[in-house]
Design a protein around this ligand. Structure first.
Ligand code: G3I
Length: 317
């Protein structure tokens, strides 16, 4: 039978879904996650700093390992998410004196990337370094080291796991604009300094009420033209609830456009949706009154509009 990952694999790509530990006890859910539709997964929370190193020097890999185990049992490649991010940071990191931030960051990266060496094919080494206007986002790392924390994080990750593809990942960089220009200039500057960088992740958190990102394919292509892999890492397309046929149709167009943009760029290695079912979407918890963002509904039924739009975008019928 035709699957999303099978269609993607026919042209050398993967199609994946994020997941989380609580969901792995939902057997109807795992039957689909591990049932062939997907060839890749990303832990939505379980490899983040607050989960892995909740107190300084104490590492807990239980949750991340559980997702790796599920993935290995069901032939899903794992994207590591994420080593350095301003959010879901335990309080002790934010409280450290600036002079101790670099060592703490390097130790976190070294420990975690070493633990998952050989188990993840890629790392979101740095997540969301930019504000929407393209300036660098303030974070404990930026405050302590300036933008040099990014190069240091990448070098540290490379030393710990030389085989993983190292990415910077952000949102609202899917189309052309100030924020994607900033990402483009950052990676060019890193490359000119010989910093290890293999790819750029485009999260793809879209909303039908805000319009489709401008020139997405051209945007992905300009990064690919720097010799980088690109990936759609956290795709979902939310709407103001309730769903109706018109909104579903617009959503389907967005899904189709994203998938076609990736498929048109040789270096676009794959697409990950940010979980596959509305049952476990992050959207309603963050954007009140919005949701229905994923191709499977809250009852784990496929939405024909969104699902078929992905199928046709991947070259299926
Ligand atoms: O685990 C606790 C649970 O014990 C507690 O009862 C419950 C009460 O609120 O919270 C649970 O933790 C939540 C966690 O998700 C697990 O469900 C956190 O409150 C909640 O903030 C957290 O949200 C995550 C969010 O990142 C945090 O920033 C989402 O699941 C996750 O999907 C989302 O993912 C991010 C990417 O990492 C980066 N890009 C944007 C994307 C969407 O925000």
């Amino acid at each position: 039978t035709q699957t999303l990952n099978g269609l993607a694999a026919a042209h050398g790509r993967y199609f994946g879904s994020a997941t989380d530990n609580g969901e792995l006890s939902d057997t109807a859910y795992t039957a689909i996650l591990g049932g062939g539709e997907f060839g890749q997964t990303t832990p939505g929370n379980s490899m983040k700093w607050d989960t892995i190193e909740p107190t300084q020097g104490t590492f807990n890999y239980t949750k991340g390992d559980a997702i790796v185990t599920f993935a290995q049992q069901h032939n899903l490649k794992v994207r590591g998410h994420t080593l350095v991010w301003h959010s879901q940071l335990p309080g002790w990191v934010s409280s450290l004196p600036a002079a101790q931030l670099q060592a703490a960051m390097e130790n976190h990266i070294t420990q975690e990337a070493t633990h998952y060496k050989g188990k993840v094919f890629a790392w979101d080494v740095v997540n969301e370094p930019f504000n929407d206007d393209g300036t660098f986002r303030t974070s404990p790392f930026y405050n302590a080291m300036g933008s040099a924390y990014i190069a240091d994080a990448l070098r540290t990750a490379r030393a710990a796991d030389p085989d993983a593809k190292l990415y910077i990942n952000d949102y609202n960089t899917d189309g052309m604009g100030a924020k994607s220009d900033a990402m483009y200039n950052l990676v060019k500057s890193l490359q000119s300094q010989g910093v290890p960088i293999d790819g750029v992740g485009f999260q793809g958190h879209l909303a039908i009420q805000y319009g489709f990102p401008s020139q997405m394919q051209q945007n992905l292509q300009r990064f690919a033209d720097l010799g980088l892999d690109v990936a759609i890492t956290e795709l979902d397309v939310r709407m103001v609830l309730p769903r109706d046929a018109t909104k579903d149709a617009t959503q389907a167009t967005y899904y189709n456009n994203v998938v076609k943009a990736c498929a048109a760029v040789t270096r676009c290695v794959g697409i990950t949706i940010w979980d596959y079912t509305d049952k476990y979407s992050w959207v309603p918890n963050t954007f009140s009154g919005q949701g229905a963002a994923l191709p499977w509904d809250e009852n784990l039924a496929k939405k024909p509009t969104a699902y078929n739009a992905i199928v046709t975008g991947l070259g299926g019928t």
